[in-house]
Design a protein around this ligand. Structure first.
Ligand SMILES: CC(C)=CCC/C(C)=C/CC/C(C)=C/CC/C(C)=C/COP(=O)(O)OP(=O)(O)O
Ligand SMILES: O=P(O)(O)OC[C@@H](O)CO
Ligand SMILES: [Mg+2]
Length: 256
């Protein structure tokens, strides 16, 4: 087994420098034809996104495997990262897997259950495994993840709870953290929460949910997010990816 460490190294590099990254979350349900996928790959290459996340809370059909195989041919230079709502979405065709544990919740199936189901397959694959503390934050509205996970999100304005949760995750051995306000959240994760995390934690921080404008994305970065995930915002404004990436590039130039 030759397990790579490309995505983890990239995330750690972001956390240990002034560099920032952009991931595009592709919802498999939005990919209906080969043309949809070709267009997505072309847009990802044009915008120079750093990572392609693939997954959803639930899927209408499971063609994740096909999507990942095609993406590997269409844009081999952009790593694909599975962002699974459950073990059914696992595919060894991705470059990496967010091995999410929903540490903001108290649903044992999403803390350890789904993980046990998939562990033997993971051992046999050479996919990169990213042990990730996934923290759902109240984004002002109930989203699919709230409903599917049947958990209560962290309050968006009580940083001590988020920091305590992240610290517990770190002491359990989790190496990456994801603050998510949920897909399409009216209010993204607050700058206050992101800043509080970054003040106490050195681990890479992924932030997503409701980041549907350049201003919101910038705020997440200014507060300290290392990698920003954008999903639904792209459907409404296809230029958002390129704009966000251009902003990230300008920070890179300033840092050098
Ligand atoms: C480790 C493995 C294999 C599984 C564990 C899975 C866990 C813990 C998941 C946490 C909870 C969860 C359901 C996360 C899903 C996150 C996700 C991919 C959200 C994407 O957005 P959607 O909620 O599908 O958005 P739309 O409603 O816009 O389609
Ligand atoms: O679709 P959006 O709102 O960008 O959210 C992305 C992702 O963080 C949701 O889990
Ligand atoms: Mg979805």
């Amino acid at each position: 087994m030759n397990r790579k460490n490309r995505v983890g190294t990239f995330l750690e590099e972001l956390a240990n420098s002034a560099k920032k990254g952009i991931a595009w979350l592709i919802d498999p349900d939005d990919i209906r034809t080969t043309e949809d996928l070709e267009n997505a790959a072309e847009a990802a290459i044009r915008a120079k996104v750093d990572l392609l996340f693939v997954g959803g809370s639930i899927l209408q059909r499971n063609h994740v495997d096909q999507i990942l195989s095609h993406l590997a041919l269409l844009c081999p230079e952009i790593p694909t990262v599975l962002f699974p709502g459950n073990a059914l979405q696992f595919s060894p065709k991705a470059d990496a897997l967010l091995f999410l544990s929903l540490i903001s919740g108290r649903n044992p199936d999403l803390l350890i259950g789904q993980h046990v189901q998939i562990a033997p397959l993971l051992e046999k694959s050479d996919i990169e495994i990213l042990p990730t503390g996934y923290m759902l934050v109240d984004g002002g509205e109930k989203t699919s993840v709230h409903y599917i996970s049947q958990t209560i999100p962290l309050p968006n304005h009580h940083p001590d709870l988020t920091v305590a949760t992240a610290l517990a995750g770190k002491f359990l051995g989790l190496r990456y953290f994801y603050l998510d306000a949920g897909s399409g959240a009216p209010q993204p994760v607050s700058m206050e929460l992101i800043k509080a995390f970054k003040k106490r934690m050195t681990e890479p921080l992924i932030v997503g949910g409701g980041l549907n404008s350049l201003e919101k994305i910038k705020n997440a970065f200014f507060a300290g997010a290392d990698l920003v995930v954008v999903g639904n915002g792209i459907g409404k404004n296809p230029e958002l990816l390129a704009e966000a990436k251009a902003f990230v590039e300008s920070l890179r130039v300033m840092a050098n």
